[in-house]
Design a protein around this ligand. Structure first.
Ligand code: C2E
Ligand code: MG
Ligand code: MG
Length: 593
């Protein structure tokens, strides 16, 4: 590769602000799929930096990077073409390379090329056996590489970078923060926000000196702050004159405060506008996984605001002062009371449809809470708040008791409605959960086969082998296990094989994306369905809102579906009437045409 090409290529790579960012589920999903398609243990999105191959996403590799020198991915970039090595051991170039020496035998890499023609790296797979790649495998790898590029360009073009400073912006901050939280739950980090000037100072600067001056001022400040925090740390441009950063692990509040203070002083000295602006900063201590990215940034922002109001340079966020935390606290207390009342909580039932016959063949119980003063509170808000507390168990107990009583009541009225019930990670920690469920089934005279328990992937994995043992115990009593919101968590289909689950429920985000014409979501849904079926799992699609999606899912071989297209979650008494009418109509009427 000519040196000038290589300089432009590296420039293009750096512009994307991808290097040294945290792993991201949107890429990991593609990497996992590549490994599954080839049936190999290792796959990676490997970006070719000046001296290293850095992995934006990886399965089966512990190291975040490897030397560029003798990596076949580097050849992919240099030739801008596919590289396939059926047997590394007999390959004259790679037999003695780093990966060859590690015992890998098979390599395939597809180039990641930008719209401008710059090669960024490769989507590659590595196997421990020699392998002659088939035409469909090669095509799949090329398609997946195109999906990686679509993802990269979409992230970039969807305004992930600030046009003035070229720094990653607020959206990118949210995404990186969420990825970081998923990877390191429970870790203490600090989010810092640096605000260069008060709103009125910015206004008067613009009036006197024009917007160009502000742009230059912000650009210079960005360079100064970026220089101070070092090249391997990301600075985000989150507001007109605001920058944010996330601390490395291992800092205490004192140590991080000291670093930020030194940085603030240095940038004040360097700033040309120092006489007419006042810079402040805020720090928010965040335990990863307990706070959403938007809340973390808002917390740092409000700390900076506090500093401004008290004329200090740096403020520290105190959760006691914070509204949403108070709201969560209020919800927690009020929900405890709701569980003791008999009129605040009830269940809604969303029909589940068999796509082949178009008939309703069951329902999912969804909790509804109507608080006397807070009004209707969505489970999407209150479940996450109570899920990690002692209230989770009492909640599931209420849902099971109410739901099973309803199944029995329908049975008596001549309706057979198997019920899916959502449970939490905390339930898997209850030693006697399966036993209590058996007692409840007996109490309501409902056969275990009428009950399905839904858990998210992260709930299953929260307690590792203990969780698996509890799931086995549940399966042993005859209830079915479904993995809810599949595709949004961390598990792979390979991992699913180890779970005693019979059903996966494809998350509605993919199904909705498919309905909006998103080709990538369509491919993902199709792949999830076909791989799940190969693993002997039943597939339910959630969030079906249109006839087109219903028909597409049926054509893909998806067995069941739920969504507003068929029915919204219904009150218990409405459900029976709806059910009789729906199942009396010949189906699938909506697909007849
Ligand atoms: P989920 O279990 O994935 O339930 C599906 C959610 O999607 C429900 O929201 C449902 O009303 C909504 N939905 C169904 N079809 C459509 C559609 O076509 N379009 C759209 N946009 N949405 C659709 P809901 O009732 O607000 O529940 C949210 C989440 O709260 C549930 O997601 C579940 O994770 C949790 N949840 C609800 N009830 C319980 C419960 O009793 N126990 C536990 N542990 N969690 C619950
Ligand atoms: Mg569910
Ligand atoms: Mg779901």
């Amino acid at each position: 590769m000519r040196t000038t090409d290589e300089v432009a290529r590296l420039d293009a790579l750096r512009q994307l602000n991808l290097l040294d960012t945290p792993a991201s589920e949107s890429f990991d999903r593609i990497t996992r799929m590549a490994a599954q398609i080839f049936g190999v243990p290792v796959a990676a999105v490997s970006l070719t930096d000046s001296d290293r191959q850095w992995f934006k996403s990886r399965v089966g590799v512990a190291e975040p990077s490897m030397p560029r020198a003798d990596a076949p991915c580097s050849q992919v970039v240099e030739t801008a073409g596919m590289v396939i090595i059926p047997d590394l051991a007999t390959d004259p170039v790679y037999a003695d390379s780093t990966i060859g020496r590690k015992g890998f035998r098979f390599y395939a890499g597809a180039p990641l090329i930008t719209a401008d023609g710059h090669g960024l790296g490769a989507l590659c797979v590595l196997g421990t056996e020699p392998h002659a790649a088939t035409e469909p495998e090669i095509k799949a790898l090329r398609d997946l590489a195109a999906m990686v590029m679509a993802q990269i360009e979409m992230q970039h073009s969807l305004g992930r970078t600030d046009p003035v400073t070229g720094l990653p912006n607020r959206l990118q901050f949210f995404e990186n923060f969420d990825d970081l939280a998923r990877e390191n739950p429970g870790q203490l980090r600090f989010v810092a926000l640096i605000d260069l000037a008060r709103g009125d100072q910015v206004d008067s600067l613009i009036r006197v000196l024009g917007t160009n001056f502000i742009d230059e001022f912000v650009k210079l400040a960005a360079r100064t702050v970026a220089g101070l925090i070092g090249t391997h740390r990301t600075l985000y441009h989150v507001g007109e004159t605001q920058f944010a950063l996330i601390s490395e692990p291992g800092h205490s509040l004192d140590s991080y405060y000291a670093i930020l203070e030194a940085g603030v002083k240095a940038s004040v000295v360097a700033s040309s506008a120092r006489l007419v602006t006042t810079l402040t900063a805020g720090i928010a201590p965040v335990t990863l996984g307990t706070m959403r990215s938007r809340d973390a940034l808002r917390a740092a922002h409000s700390a900076a605001q506090d500093a401004r109001n008290s004329e200090g340079a740096i403020g520290v966020f105190s959760p006691a002062m914070d509204g949403p935390h108070l709201r969560n606290f209020d919800l927690l207390r009020a929900f405890g009371t709701a569980l003791e009342q008999d009129d605040e909580l009830c269940l809604a039932y969303q029909p589940r449809i068999d796509l082949a016959t178009g008939r309703c063949i069951g329902a999912e119980a969804l909790l509804r809470w109507c608080h006397p003063t807070l009004g209707d509170v969505s489970p999407a808000e209150f479940i996450p708040v109570i899920e990690n507390t002692a209230l989770a168990r009492a909640t599931t107990a209420f849902v099971l008791d109410t739901g099973l009583a309803q199944v029995r009541a329908w049975q008596v009225a001549g309706l057979r409605v198997p019920l899916a019930i959502n449970i939490s990670a905390a339930n898997l920690e209850e030693e006697d959960f399966a036993l209590n469920l058996q007692l409840l089934l007996a109490k309501h005279q409902v056969p275990a086969a009428m009950v399905e328990l839904e858990l998210t992937e992260s709930a299953v994995m929260a307690d590792g082998d203990n969780g698996l043992a509890r799931l086995e115990a549940l399966r042993a009593i005859g209830v079915r296990i479904a993995i809810d919101d599949f595709g949004t968590g961390h598990s792979s289909l390979a991992y699913l094989q180890r779970l005693p689950a019979q059903i996966i429920k494809i998350d509605q985000s993919f199904v909705r994306g498919m309905g909006e014409g998103n080709a990538r979501d369509r491919i993902l849904v199709r792949t999830m369905i076909s791989l799940a079926r190969q693993l002997g799992l039943q597939v339910v699609a959630e969030g079906v809102e249109t006839a087109a999606v219903d028909a597409a899912l049926a054509a893909m071989g998806c067995e069941e579906a739920q969504g507003y297209f068929y029915a919204r979650p219904l009150a218990a008494d409405v459900f029976a009437t709806w059910y009789r009418r729906f199942n009396a109509t010949p189906r699938p009427a909506h697909r007849a045409a």
